[in-house]
Design a protein. Structure first.
Length: 620
């Protein structure tokens, strides 16, 4: 376990994409590869689709084939100075007529946390903006959605929940985890408890406050494979504070942590239960974000973690990082959203993503998908006179590399968002695989109607409105999955084979885009996606070996088969017949026409029998 004082110095990898050259390295996906379809445009406090300004993407509930989400505003309010959002739901196959909305109510206000699917089928949400009946100070709280209906959770007063926010995680036992200034757990039985107060791990060194474990652990993901909780926490260190792996000219701006399942089962954690894998450096890496504007994402991909970081500077508008979980020194930047902010630009057809936002998804094609809140097709002065990207955002993917260290990861922009159909996307969630396509769901905070815009210059063209208009939208992305196939299936290197009785044969196979294969016919069992296997000894007759392979999405290849014909062994069991044949065409009656053979014929057969046995042994 790495403590604060012994974390080895970590090296950030070379930036994969830099400057405006990022666009040259990115590519625009083709229509058959990925398509984005608006499902519904939100209509504010009235209209056909109540709700306004989603903050995070909706979540798909398989048992209902519906997606559910929340909005920041859009519900009628009891007081002019209080606003709250709605919980909405819809069937993606019939969005317009299936849309429903329920007000969150002032006790919840609005949520800036993801929805988490519990074991009982309910969705759990958290708020840091609820207004209690007895006052006007926003407080934290939790609520559940059951078929879209909102129910506040009752929490024991002794549990200090703070103001929960960010990305929640649920483990295999149904326990949910969420961060505030503390790490909280909702047990599978519905009870709540505070696991750890990160303020207790602050040390003072040389007059500087040092967050030895981090601070607000708001971006979480559960690893069933590792039986561990991973998370990003946010803090901003004192200028004089030093942290392992953070350059002296930089400052720490967050941490990447790991907590094991046995530790989480305790009533409360101690500092040593929290392993710090990496400290983020503000200028070198960026910072995790879990605020009211932008939220970072974190996703597991086998042995790796990918996450997003926020930066708002002339050199970068955010980054995507990766790290092998077992090797913190492998931390590297997979993509840098480096935007040219030297001059205004308008109406360009391509642009660099800016401000990565919301949850990431690992799709069934093996790649990492995310969205950016803005992009550089338009760069304009904001109200403060600062140049910033103001176009409607992107849907991008990290195409996972084949190198052992994944240094060949690359960024692709696959869709641009615009105000008329929805702008400023807020993240993605995974849906089902349907007819060879992975469905993803998301929402946009703004846009959704033809009159909406994301940037409008003033008469002087030196200042503009950098936020978009509109109530937002809900959308579906459809990702084309690679075809699963069997490239080769051979026996002894050929499509078929004929062998002698009791021989062994070798089957070899390889597949494309498969994760596993299954045998049928005259062999059985699960097989690797590529391999070889020796079969035998084989009895006389015809043997058919079948193979089908399956991809990660569950799509199966066509079945392939090879046939092996095993001939009877002419060298044993019918020597009399052979002898008779030889006698009839031979030179004498000594062997007899019956072929029964005498002492002489038996002696003559011995060399032949020996030769057959030697050949059979070589085949085996």
């Amino acid at each position: 376990m790495h403590s604060f004082h012994d974390v080895s110095r970590l090296r950030a990898g070379a930036l994969l994409l830099a400057g405006l050259g990022l666009v040259a390295g990115a590519s625009i996906g083709h229509a058959q590869d990925l398509t984005v379809t608006p499902l519904v445009s939100l209509t504010g406090a009235s209209g056909a689709a109540p709700g306004s300004r989603p903050f995070l993407p909706p979540v798909w509930v398989e048992s209902q084939n519906r997606i559910y989400g929340t909005t920041r505003t859009g519900a009628a309010t009891a007081s002019s100075d209080l606003t709250h959002g709605v919980a909405y739901g819809l069937d993606p196959s019939d969005a317009a007529s299936s849309y429903t909305a329920s007000p969150l109510g002032e006790s919840i206000g609005f949520s800036i946390s993801t929805l988490a699917l519990l074991k009982d089928g309910r969705l759990l949400g958290a708020t840091s903006h609820g207004i209690p009946a007895s006052g006007y100070i926003p407080l934290g709280g939790f609520f559940t959605l059951t078929n879209g209906l909102v129910q506040s959770e009752t929490i024991t007063a002794s549990v200090d929940i703070g103001k929960p926010r960010g990305a929640m995680a649920v483990d295999g036992q149904g326990n949910a985890y969420v961060g505030s200034t503390t790490l909280l757990a909702r047990k599978a039985d519905g009870s709540y408890r505070q696991l750890f107060d990160f303020n207790t791990a602050i040390e003072t060194t040389g007059g500087a406050r040092v967050y030895t474990k981090g601070a607000v652990p708001g971006i979480l993901v559960w690893s069933e494979q590792d039986q561990a909780l991973y998370g990003m926490s946010y803090f901003m260190s004192d200028a004089k504070a030093t942290y392992p792996g953070v350059p002296a000219t930089d400052k720490a701006a967050g941490s990447l942590i790991k907590i094991s399942a046995p530790a989480l089962q305790k009533n409360a954690l101690v500092a040593d239960d929290i392993e710090v894998l990496h400290f983020f450096a503000l200028s070198r890496d960026g910072t995790p974000s879990m605020g009211d504007g932008v939220q970072s994402g974190l996703i597991e991909d086998g042995e790796w973690l990918y996450g997003t970081l926020t930066e708002d500077s002339a050199k970068s508008q955010g980054r995507v990082w990766r790290m092998r979980k077992s090797d913190p020194s492998s931390f590297a930047i997979a993509a840098d959203f480096a935007v040219d902010l030297t001059a205004p630009r308008e109406n360009e057809t391509t642009g660099v993503p800016a401000k990565p936002n919301g949850p990431l998804v690992r799709a069934a094609d093996g790649h990492i998908y995310g969205v950016s809140r803005r992009d550089s097709r338009q760069v304009a002065y904001n109200a403060s006179g600062k140049l910033e990207p103001v176009a409607g955002g992107t849907l991008y993917r990290i195409v996972v590399g084949q190198a052992n260290d994944r240094s060949d990861d690359r960024l692709e922009v696959v869709h641009y968002f615009d105000a008329p159909t929805g702008a400023s996307p807020v993240g993605l969630s995974a849906g089902p695989v349907v007819e060879g396509r992975q469905l993803l769901y998301g929402a946009t905070e703004y846009g959704g109607s033809p009159a909406d815009v994301c940037y409008k210059a003033t008469a002087t063209a030196t200042r503009g409105v950098s936020t978009c208009t509109g109530h937002g939208s809900v959308f579906q992305a459809s990702v084309g999955l690679p075809t699963v196939g069997i490239a080769d299936f051979l026996v002894n290197g050929h499509a078929s084979a004929t062998v002698a009785a009791n021989s062994k044969v070798t089957l070899t196979w390889s597949s494309t885009h498969a994760t596993t294969c299954a045998a049928d016919g005259d062999w059985a069992g699960a097989k690797l996606a590529e391999g070889s296997e020796e079969i035998g000894p084989l009895a006389t007759g015809t043997h058919t070996f079948k193979l089908a392979c399956t991809g990660e999405s569950g799509v199966q290849s066509e079945e392939r088969s090879v046939v092996v014909t095993v001939e009877s062994d002419q060298g044993s069991g019918n020597g009399g017949n052979n002898g008779g044949s030889d006698g009839e065409s031979g030179a004498g009656g000594d062997s007899g026409s019956s072929g029964g053979g005498g002492a002489l014929s038996g002696a003559l057969l011995l060399p032949f029998i020996a030769t057959v046995l030697i050949r059979r042994r070589k085949r085996g």
